[in-house]
Write a protein that binds this ligand. Structure first.
Ligand SMILES: Nc1ncnc2c1ncn2[C@@H]1O[C@H](COP(=O)(O)OP(=O)(O)OP(=O)(O)O)[C@@H](O)[C@H]1O
Length: 318
């Protein structure tokens, strides 16, 4: 099956007065239809440049990018027909247009007939809860309202590939939750493929089934959120003993378990580093029970994506 996104050795250099900047540096990856992929990376990592090349708004300096088999350089019109792109910056509104008119005119521009354009406009106004300001002129909308409108405009023609560059920036918690729900529906009900960038790790964790971490234009790590967390960070299990008296924790036995990376004891407290607490906990508690340990509490700190980010090369320098 043709992948929805196929990128090979994609490179973009910008010529600046004094030097050349390589914004995207020999990036290759594929995304199958129906997946949700999050691009993570610090400011200036190259995320927006990558999106803009996929959206045919920037020409690559080297390598290739294809969307549903269509090449961004050779067949930009076909690429545009497949994608909905919501950039970081809102396009300037057409003078005097109201929110629902802006959506409708975009639907017409995308080649939909009038009746279908009207139906889809009503659909997105409803699903993005834009009713309260659908009749307002676009230039009078607040930043968050404008963001929701941009997203509705990007989705009105029901694209197969949705490109969302930091979609939840500026949204209040309700609007953000609503957008999360929408992204999940896009994937579940319509089988859409989503490529999104975000600075919110919990957002990537909640929505994406693959994370690509970009730094200085290159992919520095990639994988499913759960795999990255267990392989790079791991969970910490803390066990506290109850009652007074000296403790003899069975640290050697615990260390011999495949799932346990390390076990250290300090008085009443035993600390274990494990790849995945959900699967390791039963064995750990089983050994402690066999050894007659008096357990007062067991606490699990699940690995977070922040921990992975802290480990990335050059992280501390920024
Ligand atoms: N039009 C341009 N001309 C020159 N340099 C550019 C241009 N656009 C981007 N760059 C440079 O390319 C690099 C990557 O920028 P890009 O906007 O793609 O990063 P980003 O990961 O999207 O950052 P952010 O998280 O801040 O949005 C930066 O060094 C940026 O200054």
């Amino acid at each position: 099956m043709t992948p929805m996104i196929s990128i090979e050795h994609l490179t973009k250099k910008f010529a600046r007065a004094s030097r050349e900047v390589t914004a995207v540096d020999d990036v290759s990856f594929e995304v199958d239809e129906g997946r949700t992929v999050a691009l993570l990376g610090p400011n200036g990592a190259g995320k927006t440049t990558l999106f803009r090349m996929l959206a045919t708004l920037l020409t690559p300096t080297g390598g290739s990018a294809r969307v549903a088999g269509a090449d961004v350089r050779r067949d930009p019109a076909a690429v545009r027909g497949h994608i909905g792109y919501v950039g970081q910056m809102s396009p300037s509104p057409s003078r005097g247009l109201r929110a629902h008119e802006e959506i409708y005119s975009t639907a017409l521009l995308q080649g939909l007939g009038r009746r279908e354009a009207r139906r889809r406009t009503t659909d997105v106004v409803e699903s993005f809860d834009l009713g309260a300001f659908a009749d307002s002129e676009v230039r009078f909308l607040s930043g968050g309202q404008r963001r929701r409108l941009d997203i509705a405009i990007g989705l009105v023609h029901e694209p197969r590939l949705v490109l969302l560059d930091e979609p939840t920036v500026g949204l209040d918690p309700d609007a953000r939750a609503e957008l999360w729900r929408h992204i999940r529906l896009l994937q579940r009900d319509r089988g859409a493929t989503v490529l999104m960038s975000t600075h919110y790790l919990e957002e990537a964790d909640a929505l994406a089934d693959l994370l690509l971490v970009l730094d200085h234009g290159r992919i520095v790590t990639s994988g499913a959120p759960r795999d990255l967390k267990t392989s790079l960070a791991g969970d910490v299990v803390t066990v506290r003993a109850s009652g007074p008296g000296p403790r003899e924790w069975p640290t050697d036995k615990l260390r011999s378990l495949g799932a346990v990376n390390s076990a250290t004891a300090d008085g009443d407290v035993l600390s274990l580093s494990v790849a995945d607490a959900d699967t390791a906990l039963a064995e750990i508690v089983g050994i402690l029970a066999l050894e007659g340990a008096d357990i007062a509490s067991v606490h699990v700190d699940h690995a977070t994506l922040d921990a992975i980010f802290d480990q990335l090369p050059g992280r501390g320098a920024r």
